[in-house]
Each structure stands twice: as C-alpha cells, then as structure tokens.
Design a protein around this ligand. Structure first.
Ligand code: GCW
Length: 665
C-alpha cells in the first residue's frame, strides 16, 4: 500500500520503452562544477531519482572534460537565466546540462528535470528556462510550541521542540526536499499568534538546528514574533516601538539570532489584530512598529513581514473595509525592508471572496499575498477542495489601478508598481500525519501553492494534471476523472456551503453550519453579521446605500459589482441585500437560486464519488479507500450544510422548497 509519505516525489520506474531508451543515453555520470551543500543535495536527488526511475546507480565525476552521455550540473555566474534562482536545462555536447547562477537554481533545475522524467516526457529537444516570478515563496506554519497547530487538520506539528536541538528528526529533511521540489524558499516555523518563547536563547538554538536542515535545500527560516516580547520576555517597562530601550532590545535580539542562524530570513508579525499586542497599544502606527524591527535588521539580509489582517469590534463598521482604512494612509511610510502581507480577500479566507482592495492601492509598499492552504473554511480534512482555482481567481482579478490588465498577480510580482521585494505566502496544511496533509488530495494544495509561487501563470488544470500524474496514477483515463473532480471541487463546495457570495456561517471552530449564530464575544464574531438575513432578503449591502466598501475599488471594479442586476451571481450577496423574490439573471428568484445551489452542490458530491470510483482500477488501494471514505463523510456533511442553510433561511423567506428538490428530513 501507498501511505502517501513520498508525496509527488515517488520516482516510479519509467515504463515507456522508447523514453527509457532516450534517458539511458545520459546516465554515464553526473558531474558537478562546485560543491556546496545545496549542490550536493541536487546530486543526491538525481542519484536517488535515476536509481528509482531507471534502475541505474550513477557515479559522480568532478570534471566533464570531453565526456558525453551524462548529466552536468553547472554553476555559472553568467548563466542565461532571468533570476539568480532560475535555471536552464538543455542538451549540450551530448550531455543534459542544468545550469544556473546559483546552487539554489541548480537544485530547482534538478527537480524540474526529475519531474520531466517522472512524467516520461521526451528529452530529444530538451530546452527549458525558468525563473521565479516571486522572490519570497514561503509557507507560514501556525504551529504552537506545545505541538498543536492552529487551524491544522493533519495531526500535530512537525517540529519537536522538546527534542531540539540535540535530536533532529529526519522528517525535517523530507519536508525541506518537498518544498524545494516546488520552489518554496522560506518557512515561518511558528504561529502568527506568537509565543515570546521563540525569542529566548533556549528556542533560538532549537530553531537554528531546524534552519541548518532548511539551508541545505535553499530554504530560509523565519519566525513569527510577539510584539510585546520586550516587556514579557525582556523585562522592560514597555514595548513602545519609539522607546530607545525597546529599539535596543530588538537590535540585540536580532543580532543574537544571526549569531546562531547566519542566513535567518526575518520576522513575520501579527500586531493589533484579534487581541495580539502591537504598536497601537502605545498610540503608534503599524509603520512605527514595522520600521523599528526593520532597523534591527539593517545589518543583515532579513526582512520584516507585517500582516495587514486587522479589523475592529465595531458593530456599525464593515470589517471588509478595515485593512484598507488602516493601511492605505501608511503607504510610503514603511522602511524598504518591510513587506506588508495581505490575505487574498478582505475578510478571511472564505470559499469565495472578492480580491482585497489593498492590492494596487499601496504602490509604495511591497504587498505580498497570503493564501490559506489549510482548509479552515473549506471542510477541514474531510472535504476535497482543490484550491488552485481560488488562488488563480485572486491572482487573475483585475484591480484596474493602472488601467485594464492591472491584475493582482502583477501587483504581487512587482511588475505593476515596481516592488523590489515580492512575496507569496501559504498558510501550511501540513502536520505529522503520515501522508502530511490528512486528506490525500490536500497534498495537491501544497503542491499547487509552490508551483504558483514560482510561476503564477500556470493554470489550475496544468498543475492538477502534473500532480495527479506524479502522485496518483499514470493512467490517462483515470487522470481525467481525478482532474475533473479536482477542478470542480471548489465550486461544488461553494454551492453547498456559501453560494452566491455568502460568507462565514460558522462559530469559532469554523466547521459546523451555524448561520443562526447571533451571539459572540464580538459583533463581528457572529454569523448574522455577515449574511444579514431578514424578512426582506439576504446579503450585505456594500454599495453607497450600505457600508460603501465598494468605494475602496477603482470605478471599473465598482461598476462590475455596484448594480445588483449586473453583479455576477457568485459575488451577489457580497455586495447586495437582495429580496427573496427578486428575479436573477438565471431566471430564478433569489430563493430558488439559493436552493438550486445548495441542492446541486450536495448532490455533486455523489458525482465526485463516481469520478473517484471510475479511477479505482488505476489507483493504489490504500489511497483509493482513504479518499473514498472521506468522500462519504463529505457527502453526509454536504447534506447537513445544505439542510441547515435551507431550514434557517426558510424562517425568513417563508417559502417552500422549490419543486424537484426533496425537503430536508
Ligand atoms: O482566520 C483567522 C483564524 C485564526 C487566525 C487568524 C489570522 C492565526 O480563525 O485562527 O490566527 O485568522 O490569520 O491571524
């Protein structure tokens, strides 16, 4: 049985005879021009990969001279790649040559070559050049020092703090390898709701032991920081960012970290958000806080990543608008070492959100995008939701800030507004589950995030095909079934969970359907705050007659969403309070349309089960069964969500279930 541990790096034997014959022309040797740790790992990866793919033990030779018939890894400062980390792979003088300006690039090129070979593609006219479009491609772990993971559904944390620094779990290396294979080059080890403990010498040396493993795969290690650490850990009277003692404390702290971790990546900060401390506790701004930390990083390469996930407990405010209101006025005030990290949407990783209006509106501040891989709002580990379409929908959204074609992707990759430091972050969905992600299909979300952080122009379909081929099966028919299932999975989930632009029908656990929930410790921590159901209709009016959040977008965007008759249905209730009887562009009333989505969504899970079953003969039986059983749960829970919504909304709409749909039992 296949336990999923190897992810997309299975290196199954090449079975196409003609392809195998092609590959066998290049197995005489592997040559490397230089010998750093990263290069060494690239060589090892090739040896492991080719042994498994072709059954050959290939030896390493230092010099190529006039030899041919091998694979040459060539570190070349003048290599013809766009970026330092880019690579080129081509046939030269009878060898497959992987060249790059950096060892990291060689490693990425090696993984690209192995991917090519795992997919049994010809090397006859091999010529590939690729460079990352984003500079900081990182995972954010929401892992706590006690081993729990906030919003984690795949077991406990990988990081065994109680064993470190002495014992270094071999799994750290497997983790690093998997990340490098998709181009990820940074990892934040701890939760943004951060413990000050990570700033203690005791923990810094533990982190250093992990960082040492990451470094060999071109991955930099970062930490989330607790803004009040100068007070709670350092014993100072204050954590005011303008206080000289506080500034000195952080400077010393950063120096202490660099002593142990010379290539330390930097800090990630959640401040004045959901009760976390921050500069506003002292009447200072986000920029004051971030710039103080940036100053501490001045002598080093590290950066400060400051999150823009903020909102206030104000019943009359619209949470949608909060980040824009707090951050846009600070544009131009941040130190160049600061990157502001913005969630893809204005609320919080909902199954479908419009893009955050911050994108494009802070031209002087590099904005990174934060996606969530862990399925906090996407059915945890029992619902199959392939997330690439969510990421792509966001990246392809047009902000219109510099006219048509000003996509979020162009903001984030720096091409639109000239950011020097570009970033894409994914909140990890990884834990110590044997298969890493709990749901076997959730591995695809990690994979897709990595591939898109390298090249956001790849399509969801292309990535799904690749992943399926590398991970599940080489059978083309089965691939079609699985890729079909993956590509529709997000929309199906939206249909039974939050159709037509609904959001957040949950309690704090973010799983069970509770659209009726109207009491919380804050008004914006209730479900009714978001959907605004009443006897007249449903949805949040964000036009000028309501919160006017739409004013935060450019006129072209506003126009798309301003008129309830023209707003595309997937976004309708994000922006409008719509009457139950209103006829929509589909020809159905709002009530009928809602029911149609809830019912067809839940029924489509049966279709997913059928697709999966069609692929069964081509799948490992253990993986087949694992997913099949999870789909059964998904079906049951989809019906549960559907019924909860329908029955609840019926108390306002006072309408029967439309013909053709069975009433909930
Ligand atoms: O989505 C919300 C989550 C919190 C999380 C927060 C954040 C880490 O419910 O668990 O805290 O967002 O992103 O800071």
């Amino acid at each position: 049985g296949e336990d999923g541990y190897k992810l997309w790096l299975k290196y199954e034997p090449v079975t196409e005879p003609s392809i195998k014959a092609e590959y066998l022309k290049y197995v005489a040797f592997i040559s490397e021009s230089d010998h750093g740790e990263i290069m060494h790992n690239a060589v090892q990866e090739l040896q492991t990969g080719l042994k498994s793919l072709l059954g050959k033990n290939i030896s390493v030779s230092k010099a190529v001279e006039n030899k041919s018939g091998g694979i040459v890894l060539r570190l070349d400062p003048k290599a013809d790649t766009k970026q330092q980390e880019g690579y080129r792979i081509q046939l030269t003088a009878g060898n497959i040559v992987v060249s790059s300006k950096s060892e990291n690039g060689i490693l990425y090129g090696t993984f690209a070559l192995l991917r090519h070979m795992q997919m049994q593609l010809s090397v006859k006219n091999l010529k590939m050049e690729s460079s990352p479009k984003i500079r900081y491609r990182m995972l954010n772990h929401w892992d706590n020092p006690d081993g729990t993971i906030e919003r984690g559904y795949a077991g406990s944390s990988l990081w065994k703090w109680y064993e470190l620094p002495e014992r270094v779990d071999p799994r750290y290396q497997d983790y690093a390898r998997a990340n490098a294979s998709v181009g990820i080059n940074g990892t934040v080890l701890n939760n943004v709701n951060a413990s000050a403990r990570f700033m203690s010498q005791e923990y810094i040396v533990k982190v250093a032991a992990v960082a040492k493993v990451m470094r060999r795969y071109g991955i930099k290690t970062y930490l989330s920081v607790y803004f009040a650490a100068p007070k709670t850990l350092g014993g100072l009277q204050t954590s005011d960012p303008l206080d000289p003692k506080v500034r000195a404390w952080w400077k010393e702290k950063v120096a202490q970290i660099y002593k142990e971790i010379p290539d330390f990546g930097g800090f990630l900060v959640k401040a004045n958000s959901e009760g976390e401390p921050g500069p506003q506790d002292y009447g200072r701004t986000h920029a004051d806080g971030a710039n103080m930390l940036a100053e501490a990083f001045q002598p080093y390469e590290g950066v400060v990543i400051w999150r823009a996930f903020v909102y206030k407990a104000d019943p009359n405010a619209d949470r949608f608008k909060a980040a824009y209101e707090e951050f846009v006025p600070l544009d131009g005030k941040f130190d160049p070492k600061v990157i502001v990290q913005v969630k893809n949407g204005p609320i919080d990783f909902q199954p479908r959100e419009p893009f955050s209006p911050l994108f494009g509106n802070m031209p002087k501040t590099p904005l990174g995008v934060e996606f969530q891989l862990t399925q906090e709002y996407l059915g945890f580990a029992t619902h199959a939701v392939y997330e690439a379409p969510i990421f792509k929908e966001n990246l392809d959204s047009d902000t219109y800030v510099n006219g048509k074609g000003s996509t979020v992707a162009k903001v984030v990759d720096g091409s639109l507004q000239g950011y020097m430091r570009t970033l894409m972050a994914g909140v990890a969905n990884i834990g110590n589950a044997r298969n890493w992600t709990g749901h076997p299909l959730a591995q695809a979300n990690w994979y897709a995030f990595g591939r898109l952080s390298w090249d956001h122009t790849l399509s969801s379909e292309q990535i799904a095909k690749e992943w399926t081929e590398l991970t599940l099966t080489r059978n083309k028919k089965a691939q079609e079934n699985i890729v079909g299932l993956m590509l529709r999975s997000r929309e199906i989930y939206v249909d039974y969970n939050t159709p037509l632009g609904l959001s957040r029908p949950w309690m704090g656990v973010h799983f069970a359907p509770e659209p009726w929930q109207n009491k919380g410790s804050r008004p914006d921590w209730t479900a009714v705050y978001y959907h605004r159901a009443d006897s007249a209709g449903l949805g949040f009016d964000r036009t000028a007659s309501g919160s006017n959040a739409l004013a935060q977008y450019r006129p072209e965007v506003r126009q798309q969403w301003n008129d309830p008759d023209k707003t595309p249905l997937p976004y309708l209730l994000w922006f409008h309070h719509v009457g139950w009887n209103k006829k929509l562009s589909s020809g159905r009333t709002l009530w009928e349309e809602l029911c149609t989505h809830f019912y067809t969504g839940a029924d489509s899970v049966v279709w997913m089960q059928q697709q999966w079953d069609l692929a069964k003969p081509a799948l490992d039986s253990q993986v087949y069964t694992d997913v099949a059983e999870r789909l059964k749960i998904q079906r049951r829970e989809a019906v549960w969500w559907r019924d909860a919504w329908v029955l609840y909304l019926q108390t306002f709409a006072k309408k029967p279930i439309p013909k053709g749909f069975e009433p909930p039992k």
